[in-house]
Write a protein that binds this ligand. Structure first.
Ligand code: TRP
Length: 339
């Protein structure tokens, strides 16, 4: 029996994903990605990381940054990432990431990185700090993924080009040095919603929106969540129905469906003959109830720093063990001497 279990364990595919600790995480991050991270834990061998090395490609204020790293880690646990099932760690605590990234940098072309649309966007937005790390960001991401020989990477549209590059680097290294890395595939989740701004539903919900009513933070208080939904921009048709030109209602329906599991037909039937006010209240309440246990677990975790420390130390040790095996292999293949 035990052997059978081990075999099953080994045949599970490896999933890797990471999130930057760069501030407020929103309902969009939750419904678009994080909720799914938790749901994947039984079917896959999941490895999740707080990508703090990536976050310093833009300037961070150290004290605030330190707080964001620990809060992001706690939030991963609060949304249901279970350290007994999944490997969860903080990227900077596993030195193999930076070490492999260097080797990958030497196998990545300047031209390839120059073509990355995120680099072009970010270097335009942070014109005063176009640092080499920002340029090499995608090869560090490749190192994250390839160190764990990941089969699958759940990524949103904005990271697809980076994953494509990770695959190109893996294939190239495999050709040059022989059998280095599993070539990762994108993982497109069955569930998952693209959550739009509550104030301008043609734009993606973003924590950097100037208008705080445009986004709901995962840790927002119930009264704030209710206010934001009540003020959500809709249309003048007063009919809860999915359709063209109804971006606001479509967005609220998407959110309500992702949170309750109800189909669009069910939602339409539920609000037949009712106004937008009732619908917005229902969406707000459903979101409040979904986020309430997360906020409570988060608050409790943040009161227990010793526990959090144990979990991230343990995670880093396990990650380092796995990553170390890959890094040693690659160092040998490249020709470095045994340490
Ligand atoms: N760059 C990703 C983001 O901003 C985060 C990330 C870092 C990542 N390393 C990764 C995602 C590896 C997937 C795999 O969303």
């Amino acid at each position: 029996m035990i052997e059978m279990e081990n075999v099953q364990q080994e045949s599970k595919k490896v999933i890797f994903s990471a999130i930057q600790p760069s501030g407020t995480l929103t309902l969009g991050n939750y419904l678009g990605a994080l909720k799914n991270w938790a749901a994947l834990q039984d079917e896959f061998n999941c490895i999740y990381s707080v990508a703090d090395l990536h976050a310093i490609t833009v300037r961070q204020e150290p004290a605030k940054f330190r707080k964001q790293i620990i809060e992001t880690f706690a939030l991963l646990l609060a949304i249901g990432i279970d350290p007994q099932k999944s490997l969860v760690f903080i990227q900077s605590q596993v030195s193999q990431h930076a070490e492999l990234a260097w080797i990958l940098n030497c196998n990545t072309q300047f031209g390839e990185l120059s073509r990355m649309t995120q680099f072009k966007d970010k270097s335009a937005r942070h014109a005063d700090n176009v640092n080499v790390g920002l340029f090499a960001y995608p090869s560090l991401m490749a190192a994250d993924i390839l160190l764990y020989q990941a089969d699958l990477v759940p990524v949103g549209a904005d990271q697809k080009q980076h994953l494509e590059l990770s695959r190109d680097i893996a294939i190239r290294m495999n050709n040059v040095y022989g059998n280095c890395f599993t070539v990762p595939e994108p993982y497109i989740p069955k569930i998952g919603a693209r959550v739009m701004s509550l104030q301008d539903p043609s734009k993606k919900m973003s924590k950097s929106d100037d208008n705080i009513n445009a986004y709901v933070a995962i840790l927002d208080k119930p009264e704030d969540i209710m206010r934001k939904f009540k003020r959500a921009v809709t249309d003048s048709e007063a009919c809860v129905k999915y359709g063209e030109g109804k971006d606001g209602i479509n967005n609220l329906m998407g959110i309500y469906s992702a949170v309750t599991g109800k189909s669009y037909d069910d939602i339409q039937a539920e609000f037949e003959g009712k106004g937008y006010g009732d619908f917005k209240t229902a969406v707000g309440e459903a979101v409040v109830e979904q986020l309430r246990p997360i906020r409570e677990r988060f608050d409790n975790l943040m009161k227990d720093k010793a526990y959090l420390e144990t979990i991230y130390h343990d995670g880093a040790a396990k990650a380092s063990y796995i990553a170390g095996k890959t890094l040693n292999k690659i160092q040998r293949k490249v020709g470095f001497l045994k340490r």
